[in-house]
Design a protein around this ligand. Structure first.
Ligand SMILES: [Ca+2]
Length: 273
């Protein structure tokens, strides 16, 4: 009985080991579709002296000096040196002096493939900062590889910040503000009340609304007048036609009356004759 229990225990202990292949015998199972390097498999299944995934990294520029608000973009390459495809999580750990604009994401890197990423950070406060590009190649382990991104943030405000914001903002805003300021000054000078830019804007809005209303009314009146003119013209034409017809009938009537009269006269005349 004891021997049977021992045999069962030994078999149970050996089953998982026997199920997972370990070609180089370093204690790390060979990667399969179900159990990948990400899950903890051997990244080098044919080398007994190595099992952790190795990535080759580099970022350009190696060092950067930026002003407050100024962005810097590093071009980083992550190459998979191993014989097995890797599934990795890449993020950027920022610093108190930096604003991070890099979105962490998962990537698949084939054996021998080199991934290229753009990492953008900008200066938040003055100081010497150290951002880190981090590559996690294992699900249940700490950072597998990291690249230092040393950045010095000066106390100066980046001059490009204003030109940048000006180029992104609609340029006509300041122009309108200037106009409204002029209008406010004019209104204050020419009325008993004091006007600021906003009030001037409201007045301009109401004024333009009234102007549009007036123009529309004027256009409507014009159209109506034109129609009336046309109508009276048409009326005059038709009246004239009626007159002509009336007059025509007037002329014809005596002629029509005249003919029988004249015939009668002729007949009478004939009868008398
Ligand atoms: Ca190995």
């Amino acid at each position: 009985m004891r021997r049977i229990t021992f045999a069962v225990l030994v078999t149970l202990l050996l089953v998982p080991v026997a199920a997972a292949n370990d070609r180089d015998g370093d204690g790390y199972a060979d990667p399969t579709e179900e159990f990948t390097v990400w899950d903890g498999a051997d990244a080098y299944p044919d080398k007994p002296d190595i099992h952790e995934p190795v990535v080759l990294t580099g970022c350009d520029p190696p060092v950067a000096t930026i002003d407050l608000g100024e962005p810097v973009t590093f071009t980083c390459t992550i190459g998979n040196e191993g014989p097995v495809a890797l599934h990795v999580l890449i993020d950027v750990k920022d610093d108190i002096h930096l604003a991070n604009q890099f979105d962490a994401a998962y990537h698949d890197i084939d054996s021998g493939e080199v991934l290229e990423l753009q990492v953008t950070l900008s200066g938040l406060s003055e100081g010497v900062a150290m951002a880190k590009l981090r590559i996690f190649a294992r699900a249940n382990s700490s950072v597998n590889h990291s690249v230092d991104l040393p950045i010095e943030v000066t106390g100066e405000e980046w001059p490009g910040m204003n030109s940048h914001s000006e180029s992104t903002d609609p340029p006509d805003i300041s122009f309108i503000n200037g106009l409204l300021d002029d209008l406010a000054i004019w209104l204050t000078a020419n009325t008993p009340w004091k006007f600021d830019r906003m009030q001037a804007g409201i007045i301009l809005l109401i004024g333009s609304g009234l102007l549009v209303g007036t123009v529309r009314r004027f256009q409507a009146q014009n159209a109506w007048q034109r129609n009336m003119d046309k109508k009276t013209r048409d009326d005059r034409v038709s009246e004239a036609r009626f007159d002509e017809i009336r007059r025509g009938r007037g002329h014809q009537h005596p002629i029509e009356q005249g003919i029988p009269e004249s015939t009668e006269c002729v007949m009478r005349r004939n009868g008398r004759e």
